[in-house]
Design a protein around this ligand. Structure first.
Ligand code: NAG
Ligand code: NAG
Ligand code: NAG
Ligand code: NAG
Ligand code: NAG
Ligand code: NAG
Length: 489
């Protein structure tokens, strides 16, 4: 049940100062990163980089503190910073702007210690990687100092910015080299009694909004609609260990004014990972193709991603994601949250042929992948308020309250307490997938806004699943892979 909204923005901190929560605001990277300190709680800033993708947080590392902006990632578990000496930082060129988010010079820190030489070695699903030492140093976030936080130092990295991984310790990169885990940031915050339990909530807010927040140790009842529903996190070994924020994705439906269709898949059960470090959402090939069919998206071989006319973002319709069985929580993701600019500056490229000739090209928020892991990235997560409870191994989820300016923070009562103000989803054992046959295309015409031409040419364009090839006029020279928001960490 939603708590009574007593607090308004700015007043909340009075109530959270003793409430065992730690909040960092998150901000889009294309805005100047800024820190926003409120009263006695810790309140950093996460930035949403809309085009390149990702939510960023400003921290200081070392003594004296060196300012570094790091990407917040629920899909990994290590904090790491690029070393100032890493080639990606020093060998700048037209294709490589260098470490513009900041890098760490260990020589300049009096509290720096190497604790695992050459033992930091992480590779992400997209093949990018970072290697170097495990180090300990002071980590400061909005004035709160954590001494001797274990971090990776990226000496040899293909990624120019570091990350704040907030996942399970059982997913730490150290397991690959030392077979051991260490207390990572969420665990250390709890050990140092800054929060009561190892849990945090993430509110990314609207695609067009510049900030969201991560709140360690609590929930904010003003940031979602209805009740938070708890669903189980899925363990790879029947409950012995938990490594990632994997949940049962029971059903995805496309819904427009003309109807509702259930997307089918050949998968028996579908497990998807909630991953803030991934910009887009990646569904199985068969489901993704149906989603594209519905909205008139198509896969571009040139760009290597599914694209859509930008005008689709104005259409009244949504994809509904249902979790943990037929009676589980549903999150509607509107088309306006699923159509992203390809470039940050200048006019977008246009389709040079086909039914959408002359229309601007945007990136579609639902992409395909042939193999697990299936990922619910930022294009999904913005539409949900999600609480990650790493002690009870549960997710609390509810539709987001976009652009909420009010706040009412409720801390977890104690270590192991359930997510506050939440109810458990019923019948969670019935998580087989809802449908194995496609229920038709009744929503498709509604997604095309009653435009018969468009709908007709769409139907004609799809001679078979995934067979379409669009002609693209690329009006820009593509400078490196960072141009598109396809980087999934
Ligand atoms: C780090 O950032 C803070 C807050 O934005 C600023 O006051 C400080 O001068 C910066 N320090 C350096 C070394 O850039
Ligand atoms: C941090 O590590 C240094 C060096 O090992 C040690 O002297 C210091 O006591 C540690 N600080 C804390 C808070 O553990
Ligand atoms: C949220 O605010 C942004 C501007 O900051 C606006 O563009 C967007 O439409 C708003 N979203 C909603 C759902 O009201
Ligand atoms: C999601 O959309 C469905 C219609 O498809 C609607 O019935 C439901 O109320 C919506 N849920 C929310 C939380 O907006
Ligand atoms: C789902 O759970 C409710 C109570 O929580 C129960 O009444 C109902 O029979 C269950 N349905 C199925 C299909 O198990
Ligand atoms: C996505 O689908 C397209 C078109 O069917 C295909 O060419 C591409 O290889 C697929 N990508 C992945 C990662 O499976």
């Amino acid at each position: 049940m939603k708590a009574s909204p007593l607090a308004v923005a700015g007043v909340v901190l009075a109530s959270t100062a003793h409430a065992q929560v730690v909040q960092f605001d998150i901000e889009k990277r294309h805005d100047a990163p800024s820190l926003c300190k409120r009263d006695a709680t810790i309140d950093g800033t996460l930035s949403n980089q809309k085009v390149q993708g990702g939510y960023f947080i400003n921290v200081e590392v070392g003594t004296p503190g060196q300012n570094i902006t790091l990407q917040l990632d629920t899909g990994s578990s290590d904090v790491w910073v690029p070393a100032s000496t890493a080639a990606i930082c020093t060998q700048t060129s037209q294709r490589n702007p260098g470490c513009t988010f900041g890098s760490f010079n260990s020589d300049d820190s009096s509290t720096f210690q190497v604790v695992g030489e050459n033992l930091f070695d992480i590779t992400y699903v997209d093949g990018s990687s970072s290697k170097g030492d495990y180090i300990e140093d002071t980590f400061r976030i909005n004035g709160i100092n954590i001494q001797n936080l274990t971090m990776g130092l990226g000496l040899d990295t293909s990624i120019a910015n570091g990350l704040v991984g907030v996942g399970y310790i059982n997913d730490e990169a150290s397991l690959g080299t030392t077979r051991q885990t260490y207390p990572n940031l969420p665990v250390v915050l709890q050990q140092q009694k800054l929060i009561n339990t190892v849990a945090f909530s993430l509110w990314l807010n609207d695609l067009d909004a510049s900030t969201g927040s991560i709140l360690f140790g609590g929930i904010d009842t003003e940031k979602y609609h209805g009740d938070l529903t708890r669903i189980n996190i899925i363990s790879p070994d029947g409950g012995k260990t938990f490594t990632e924020f994997a949940v049962n994705l029971y059903q995805v439906q496309a819904s427009s004014p003309s109807g509702t269709d259930t997307l089918s898949t050949s998968q028996q059960t579908l497990t998807a990972v909630l991953d803030s470090g991934t910009t887009l959402t990646y569904l199985p090939q068969d489901m993704a193709e149906q989603a594209w069919n519905e909205v008139g998206a198509s896969f571009s071989d040139e760009l290597g991603i599914a694209v859509v006319p930008c005008s689709v973002g104005n259409i009244n319709g949504h994809f509904a994601f249902t979790f943990a069985g037929a009676d589980g929580p549903t999150i509607n993701v509107t088309l306006s949250e699923l159509v992203l600019d390809l470039f940050s500056g200048g006019p977008p490229p246009q389709f040079s042929s086909g039914p959408n000739k002359g229309q601007s090209i945007c990136e579609f928020g639902i992409q395909n992948t042939t193999d697990a892991p299936y990922l619910l990235g930022d294009t999904f997560l913005r539409s949900a308020f999600v609480t990650y409870d790493l002690v009870n191994n549960e997710i609390g989820i509810a539709p987001t309250n976009f652009n909420s300016t009010q706040t009412n923070v409720v801390a977890f009562a104690s270590s192991g307490a359930p997510i506050p103000s939440s109810t458990s989803a019923p019948n969670q054992s019935n998580t087989g997938h809802s449908s194995s046959t496609q229920s038709g295309m009744s929503a498709a015409s509604g997604f095309h806004d009653g435009d018969d031409d468009n709908a007709a040419s769409l139907t004609g364009a799809f001679s078979g699943p995934g067979m379409i090839v669009v002609g693209l006029t690329i009006c820009y020279t593509l400078l490196g892979s960072a141009v598109f928001g396809v980087g999934w960490l």
